[in-house]
Design a protein around this ligand. Structure first.
Ligand code: SF4
Length: 320
């Protein structure tokens, strides 16, 4: 199979390296092949806000408004190397992009991390790993992958990711990683569209795919997403559904001696038996662009999860 992403490019966002919060390097302008409904880039693509015609693209290139790809690639790799060699840089340096695998210099980047004896953990949509030859090249380097799988249903995966055939490509990618014995974990952003199949998804990942590490992240609304999709709050899955699914997930995990991590679900919103099971680890992310500020409850003061808890979004239902 050949490259799987759309050929268009985002002219407003040329490929370049940006550093975020010191140890987080982001290569901007590298497009992924998906249009996920919960992602700002995905929604922009769905609405045709960032894509230009092939004709305009080639006109831009002939005007040489951007440096040649190899030149950009070399500059990025040199900058990353300088960054990694800086003695003040932490071991946890992460390199990200909408999909780092679509960066043309990604194999050289893997080689750089290997040469400097640094570990690269990569969260990626992973469609390019459906290409067996490319996956084989990746297997030469010490990289651990986290791929996103929203559902066991191809129909739901394709709808959430905004691309027909996305589910089939993901299955091929996962199969390649497993055959090549490349470390793999699965994550999933949970919205109203996939919440009902969450327990089935966890069963599939643990039992059928034999992947042990799985993270379920509650959809989090950001102002930038709300700006392009005013209806985005519809994506929130009700906490009552989370609770229902987590009860089933905790029971499954108990049976198989496994566990899952859940991000940004206030533990007070799920059945006490889920907490007691010890099979669901609650974790919380830091959000700086939320238009729905979190709401502390009276009982938050005595809660063991406070202040790490994300608390409840201000527009959530009343607590149980
Ligand atoms: S800190 Fe507040 S919102 Fe979070 S789990 Fe505790 S009581 Fe619930």
């Amino acid at each position: 199979m050949d490259r799987v992403y759309d050929p268009a490019m985002d002219v407003g966002n040329p490929i370049r390296l940006v550093a975020i919060e010191g140890s987080w390097l982001r290569i901007s302008g590298v497009q992924c092949g998906l249009r996920c409904e919960y992602c700002i880039t995905g929604v922009r693509k769905r609405k045709g806000l960032t894509w230009v015609s092939d004709k305009l693209q080639s006109a831009m290139q002939s005007l040489r408004l951007a440096p040649a790809a190899e030149e950009v690639e070399r500059e990025i790799l040199e900058s990353v190397e300088r960054f990694l060699l800086d003695p003040t840089t932490t071991e946890e340096t992460e390199v990200t992009a909408d999909d780092l695998l679509e960066f043309t210099g990604v194999l050289q980047l893997f080689a750089l991390f290997a040469r400097l004896d640094r570990t690269l953990h990569l969260v990626t949509p992973g469609l390019r790993l459906a290409n067996r030859d490319f996956a084989k090249e990746c297997a030469k380097y010490p990289v651990a992958f986290t791929l996103t799988l929203p559902s066991v249903s191809a129909e739901i995966t394709d709808a959430i990711m905004g691309r027909d055939g996305a589910h089939a490509l993901l299955m091929e990618a996962i199969g390649n990683l497993q055959e090549l014995e490349i470390p793999l974990s699965i994550n999933c952003t949970v919205t109203r569209q996939n919440i009902d199949g969450l327990a089935e998804l966890v069963r599939f990942v643990h039992q059928d795919l034999c992947v042990e590490r799985m993270t379920l992240a509650c959809f989090c609304l950001e102002q930038v997403l709300l700006n392009v999709d005013p209806e985005a709050p519809r994506l929130f899955a009700p906490y009552a559904k989370w609770s229902e699914q987590l009860v089933a997930i905790a029971a499954q995990c108990e049976e198989r001696s496994t566990a899952v991590s859940v991000i940004d679900v206030p533990p007070c919103q799920v059945e006490a038996s889920v907490l007691a099971s010890g099979r669901v680890n609650f974790d919380f992310a830091v959000h700086t662009d939320s238009p729905t500020p979190s709401r502390r409850l009276e009982e938050c003061d005595g809660c063991p999860f406070d202040p790490r808890c994300c608390h409840l979004p201000a527009n959530s239902r009343e607590p149980r």
